[in-house]
Design a protein around this ligand. Structure first.
Ligand code: SF4
Ligand code: SF4
Length: 279
């Protein structure tokens, strides 16, 4: 079973929920649970897990190599590229490698067979184990924009009975790439105007993907009732409410997940049972 944890908005406590779920599940089934940190632009699950991470490979991306002796500078490749990674001048073709997503489309549309391929490193994978939980982390190299290939490289490593995915925040390509291979998506939000705004966007994406989902409300007690009312109207299940607690915040600031508090452990245990029942 694969459970993704996502949020329309950054800073809602998504990673905290993902790590808490994975640690709790792993304490019950040591060696059977994996946590994949798919928030590859800023992976931080290990701040809460505390595993000793070791390199597990690099992520390489195929990018075009232009043979200018064959090129007639027709511009078809640049017209095709949605990412503006190519610019064709009267006597030159410029490739902005950091913008290239490696789709290979420019080579297909080139009428003169002037586009070959070479690969370059865009990110790295690492692996660590702590208390029976295996943490796999993808990390996009600084200055790179292509997060999706790094997330995709993590996918074959998800082999255990239960896999928890910590997605990038937002509702763009990295979130879609993470969530789309999960059996159930947990959307974490907070009860504020901004939380509701971004939750609505994330729900639209998840509904389009056709993945079952539910909501976790973090910092319950701040803000207003907008999220709860909207979820009730939209028939979206609120799976868990995490109270706005000084104790939770204090522990979190020291890298301790909320399940260290017995009351929170019990709430997360109920969430895990609900997920295992519906996913
Ligand atoms: S499509 Fe091919 S021939 Fe045309 S500008 Fe691009 S590389 Fe050159
Ligand atoms: S491989 Fe795709 S993204 Fe990269 S330059 Fe060619 S068309 Fe653009």
């Amino acid at each position: 079973m694969i459970i993704s944890v996502a949020s329309g908005k950054g800073g809602t406590g998504k990673t905290c929920v993902a790590v808490s779920l994975a640690l709790l599940a792993s304490s019950r089934r040591p060696g059977m649970v994996q946590l994949l940190d798919c928030d590859v632009e800023a992976p931080d699950c290990n701040l809460l897990v505390g595993a000793e991470m070791r390199p597990a490979g690099e992520v390489r991306l195929a990018v075009p190599r232009i043979d200018k002796s064959r090129c007639d500078f027709c511009g078809k490749c640049a017209d095709f590229c949605n990412y503006h990674a190519l610019a064709v001048l009267p006597s030159d073709v410029l490739l902005f490698t950091e913008l290239c997503h490696g789709c290979g489309g420019c080579a297909l549309v080139c009428p003169r067979g002037a586009i070959g391929e070479e690969s370059r490193t865009v990110g790295a994978l690492s692996r660590g184990v702590k208390n029976g939980l295996e943490l796999l982390e993808g990390r996009l190299n600084i200055g790179e924009t292509a997060a999706v290939p790094v997330i995709r490289a993590l996918r074959p490593m998800a082999v255990r009975e239960l896999v928890v995915l910590d997605s990038s925040p937002g509702a763009a390509c990295p979130m879609v790439e993470t969530v789309r291979w999960s059996d159930f998506c947990v959307l974490v939000t907070e009860p504020t105007l901004f939380g509701l705004h971004d939750l609505k966007i994330a729900v639209r994406v998840i509904r389009k993907l056709g993945i079952p989902f539910g909501v976790v409300v973090n910092r319950d007690g701040i803000g207003d009732a907008g999220v709860e009312e909207w979820c009730a109207r939209e028939r979206v299940s609120v799976l868990l409410r995490i109270p706005n607690s000084m104790e939770v915040a204090r522990l979190y600031s020291k890298g301790v997940p909320p399940i260290a508090i017995p009351e929170m452990e019990s709430r997360f245990a109920q969430l895990l049972e609900r997920l295992e029942a519906v996913a």
